[in-house]
Design a protein around this ligand. Sequence first.
Ligand SMILES: [Zn+2]
Length: 671
Amino acid sequence: MIDFNTPYQAVPFERIKPEHFRPAFDATILEAKIGLDRIIRSGQKPTFKNTIEALEQMGYPLKRIEQIFFNINSAETNKEIQQIAQEVSPILTEHYNDITLNADLFKKVSQVFNDREHLKLDTEQRKLLEDTYRNFVRNGANLAPEAKKEFRKVTSELSRLSLKFEENLLDETNAYRMVITREADLAGLPGFVKEAAAMDAKSKNTEGWVFTLKAPSYLAFMMYADNRKLREEMFRAYNSRGFHNNERDNQDVIRRIVDLRLRMANLLGYRTFAEYVLEERMARTPQKVSDFLKELLDASLPMARKEYAEVQDFARKSGAGFKLQRWDWSYYSEKLRNEKFSITDEMTKPYFRLEKVEEGIMGLANKLYGLTFLPDTTLPVYNNDVRAFQVFDGDGSFLAILYLDYFPREGKQGGAWMTNYLEQHRVKGKDYRPHVSLVFNFTKPTESKPSLLTYDEVRTFLHEFGHSLHSMLSNCTYLSLSGTNVYRDFVELPSQIMENWAEQKEWLDEIAVHYETGQKMSDELLGNILKSRNFNSGYASVRQLSFGFDDMAWHTLTDSLKVPVPEYEQAAMAPTELFPEVDGVCISTGFAHIFSGGYAAGYYGYKWAEVLDADAFSVFRKNGIFDRATAASFRENILSRGGTEDPMELYKRFRGQEPTIEALLEREGLR
Ligand SMILES: [Zn+2]
C-alpha cells in the first residue's frame, strides 16, 4: 500500500500537485512490473498464493494512483491534468496488455487453474482464481501465435472504429442547428428555454434563437414547441445523425464493427459476440436475454397501446387532426400530464431542500443499517465545496470515509456519479476501509436561497447513495472483487433499490418540508407526485425494450450483414413499433451506447436491473420498508459480498428464489 501518513490513509489532496502524477504513475507501474517479474521468475511451483494472489496484490499501488488521478480528472480537472491523462492512458493499456498477453505468466496461471479441484480454496479465493484465468483467456492468452496476432489486430481496429463512430456522431450532432428568427415560431416554449436559445445565438453571433441536437435544447424543443413542422424537422435531424451518406456516415462503420466483433468472438470460440459478452453477465446467454425482452414486451405493449390511444385522444381534443407521430409524442404527453396531475417542478422544489434531503438519506441508512455519519473538517478535500464524513457502523466501528461533492463548477463533468478513492480490501489481516465519493451537479445555493432539488434529483441522490452503500458495506478480501466490482447487469441493483424509498409516503413525508414556511408538503401534492410516477410507463418500457432488441440483433449476427443497415434495424425493432413508419431515419447510426460505449449486447441490462430492484424491494414492502432484519439480510447477502460469488446465487440467498418480472409490472402499473 501507498503510505500517505494521514488519518485512515486519506488522500492528502492539498499536498498533491499535477506534476506529482507522472512520477507516481511511473513508480507504481515499475513496482508492478517488478512484482510481475518476481512471479514469472519464481522457481517455485505456482500456487494460489505465489501467483494468483500475488498478481492481484501487486497492482494495488498503481490502482490507487489511477483512482485518485482519474477521479480528479472527472471532478476537478484542468488543462494540465487532461494532458497527463492523454499521456498515461496508452501507457496503462500497454501495461495491462503486457500482463494478459504474457505467455510465461499465463502458463503459471493455467497451472494453478487446472489444479483448482485439489487446492483448499474458500469461495472468494476460488472466484478470484476463476476470474483471473478467464480474464486472460478472454483477452486472447490461449490463442495460437497466428491467431494471437489477428486478435491484437482485430481489437485495435475495433477501438479505432468505436472512436470513429463517436467522432462522426459528435460532428453530425454539432453540424446541425435550427436558427429561429420569427418570434411566433417560439410559441409554447417556456421563458428559460427561450433565454437559453437566445444566449446560444448570441454566443454564435447569430440573430434570433438557436436550438441544437444537444440534450437540454433538443428535449425542451420537442416537449414544448407548438410548431409541428419545426418539431418534425428537429426530430428528423436528431434521428438521422450518421445517416446522410456523407463523410460522417456511420453505416459502414457499423458493418465493420459488427464484423470484427463477430470475428473476435469466433477466434475465442464463441458463435456470436453476444455469447462472448453475456458469459460474464447474470443473464448468461443470448437466448435468456431474448426471452427476457420478449416477456417484458408482451407485458408492456397493451399498456403502451392504451397510453398511445389516450394521448392521441387528448391531442384530437386539443385540435390535432392527424395520427400522432414520433415528433408529437413528448409534446402532447407533457400537456396531458399537466392536466392529469397538475404538477410541475416549480411546485415541488421548495420542499426538497438539499440539507434536509441529505439528512433524510443518512437517516435512512441509519434506520436500515445502523450507520452514522460524522462530518470531519480535518480530512483533506480536493475543493472547498467538498465535505468529508467519517462513517461508522452500528457497533461504532469505523466503516468508511464519504466525500460529498454537490455543486457544478469549472473542471467538473456534468451528471452524477459515485466513485472510490480507495476500495475495501484486506491484506495480511488488515482491513482497509473504503473512501467513497458522491459527485452531483445540484443547483448551488445563493445568498437568499438554499439549494433546492427537483424530485428527480432526490431520486438521483438516493441512487448514487445506493452505490456508495455497496462500496461502504463491502466485506471482502480482494480489491478486484470487493464493493461495486460486480457484473454490469447486477451493479445497478443496490443503487436502483434505494430509489424505491422516494416512492414511499412514509419516507417522503419526513424530508419534504417547505424551506421558508417549515410546512410539510400537503397530502395532495405528495399524492400527485406518487400518482404521476406511472404516467406513460408502458410507453417508456416499450421504448427502452426497442433499443434492447436492436442491440441484440446486431450482436447475435453469425455472418456479415447482407441487407442495408436501416432495413436490418427496422426488422429488429418492428415488434416494438407504436407509430406510423417514417423513412429517412436510423437509430443505430447514432446508438453510441452499443457502438462506442460499453453496452454492446448489454443494453437490456437497464431493464434487467429494474426487474431485480423491484423484486428485491418487494421483500421490504412485505416486511416493512424500515425493517432491520430485511435490511440485515440485504447487507449480508448482497451489499457486503461484492463480486465474490455468482450474483444470482447471492440474489437467491436474499430473496429465496430467482427474480420474476411480477414486482416490476406491478410497480409500473402494467398489471
Ligand atoms: Zn447507477
